[in-house]
Design a protein around this ligand. Structure first.
Ligand code: HEC
Length: 442
């Protein structure tokens, strides 16, 4: 462990105050993130479902109609996903500046690639949605399907970049070994995390569509023979089966997490969440057994239970992150304190250095006297000449002495005297004018 820590890069912090209390930032981070990831889930899960259902629709038209209906929701959900993602990004930047920056820098190319990939995915999604009827009737169904597949593949890939970053941020001991995005993918437990996320996407999309397409006011005339109970049952089933699979994927994720962040508290939170998940699943399977007339009557209870499960998992995630980074955060703090102590000591030692005794104008003038005499031209012009040019303008002499020009062709260039300091030059200048005027009066 100590050898590991020794190899861990420990940056120095800039101890600037947080703009709001830390607990508020943590609260915003957890809540905004969950809202953001919910819409990401609906966007990713929706685009995968659309691809599958459109393919089923080749045999039976009604699946195609259903796929088209779902495609209408993706563009809205993706806009909300993006907008709601800004909050957690800002919070994480403030709370984990050093670790977040390091992870972003280490996966830099992939991190920047998110922008063009997201833009492309969005454009493809709109294209897929708006060309549904025209390309289908125009004999370009395959091209249409390929557009949907391309968008879905991008949506499946982009979360990997985020996951690689969020994961890398938690393991500072790996930073020096990482060589870009692909190597970041191979450390820690990116893959189990990804599977857990994908399953959540499908489950949430199922739950959402069971509510959205099964809602009272919705119109089924264009959905070729689907009934409301049938749709509710279909999407509930997706949600239930995938959630069941989470009971395998969840533990897989938990047991592959780097052990640094696993504490009793994390276990307690995760297992409470999982128990609540079991209860949710039980209610969900009960709902599936209901007759057509009442299926869906427990919908909001299920939504509430799911929200609690997700909130629990989101909090567990935060507690894990805090525990995983505790040692690194302490090291950064110590290092920062050492730096500022050393800086203070240096400044104190510097201030205690014996001051050079203040020099009189006459002493200072010795710096010029070798080249400037009262009446005769030495290397430079005599003081009488200087006093004539600069009468009443000592600042002009200071300015010249700081950065001499080249004026007299017969004389060499004067060396700059800026090292004497402005205040000293000013004293010299005043003395020069007095001496020059006195020499001229004789
Ligand atoms: C190594 C010789 C040398 C030293 C030392 C020197 N000067 Fe000069 N100084 C010159 C020369 C040569 C010129 C003429 C340069 C020209 O006209 O191109 C000059 C010109 C000047 C002029 C006239 C500028 C003008 O506008 O015509 C001033 C004023 C002057 N020096 C101030 C100073 C002051 C103040 C110091 C001391 C802090 C100083 N010099 C030290 C060589 C020196």
């Amino acid at each position: 462990m100590n050898a590991l820590l020794a190899a861990t890069p420990v940056p120095r912090d800039l101890p600037l105050p947080l703009p709001v209390p830390e607990w508020l930032l943590v609260f915003c981070l957890v809540v905004f993130f969950l809202v953001h990831i919910l819409f990401v889930n609906l966007m990713v899960g929706g685009s995968v479902l659309v691809v599958v259902l459109e393919w089923l629709g080749l045999k039976n038209k009604r699946w195609d109609a259903l796929a088209h209906e779902i495609a209408q929701t993706i563009t809205v959900n993706k806009s909300l996903a993006v907008v709601m993602g800004i909050g957690p990004l800002l919070c994480i930047n403030l709370l984990y500046t050093m670790q977040w920056y390091s992870a972003n820098a280490l996966t830099g190319h992939a991190w920047l690639l998110i922008v063009p990939l997201v833009i492309t995915a969005f454009l493809l999604t709109y294209l897929h949605k708006y060309t549904w009827d025209s390309w289908t009737t125009g004999g370009r169904k395959t091209l249409h399907q390929l557009t949907g597949i391309a968008a879905a593949l991008l949506f499946l890939f982009i979360p990997l970049i985020f996951l690689a970053n969020v994961n890398l941020m938690l393991i500072p001991s790996e930073w020096e070994k990482v060589k870009g995005f692909f190597s970041a993918l191979s450390i820690g437990n990116v893959l189990p995390r990804y599977l857990h996320f994908m399953a959540a996407s499908l489950a949430m999309t199922g739950l959402f569509l069971a509510g959205w397409l099964g809602r009272q006011g919705s119109d089924f005339s264009h959905l070729d023979g689907f009934t409301r109970p049938e749709l509710r049952r279909f999407f509930y089933t997706i949600c239930a089966r995938v959630t069941l699979a989470q009971f395998v994927l969840g533990p897989l994720l938990l047991f592959t997490l780097p052990s640094a962040g696993i504490t009793t508290q994390v276990y307690v939170i995760i297992f409470s969440g999982a128990s609540l998940g079991l209860l949710t699943l039980w209610v969900l399977f009960g709902e599936l057994k209901r007759p057509d007339a009442t299926i869906g009557s427990r919908y909001w209870l299920i939504v509430l239970l799911f929200s609690l499960v997700v909130l629990g998992m989101g909090s567990g995630r935060h507690v894990y992150r805090e525990a995983a980074l505790a040692a690194h955060k302490t090291q950064i703090k110590e290092r920062t304190e050492r730096y500022y102590t050393a800086l203070a000591e240096f400044n104190k030692a510097h201030a205690a250095m014996p001051q050079v005794a203040e020099q009189s104008p006459e002493q200072l003038f010795m710096n010029c006297a070798a080249c400037h005499a009262p009446n005769v031209k030495l290397v430079g012009p005599p003081l009488t000449e200087i006093a004539q040019i600069y009468a009443g303008n000592p600042d002009g002499i200071v300015a010249w002495a700081k950065a001499p020009g080249k004026k007299r062709p017969e004389l060499p260039q004067m060396p700059p005297m800026i090292h004497l300091g402005e205040a000293n030059l000013r004293k010299i200048a005043e003395l020069m004018l007095i001496k020059g005027a006195a020499a001229a009066a004789k």
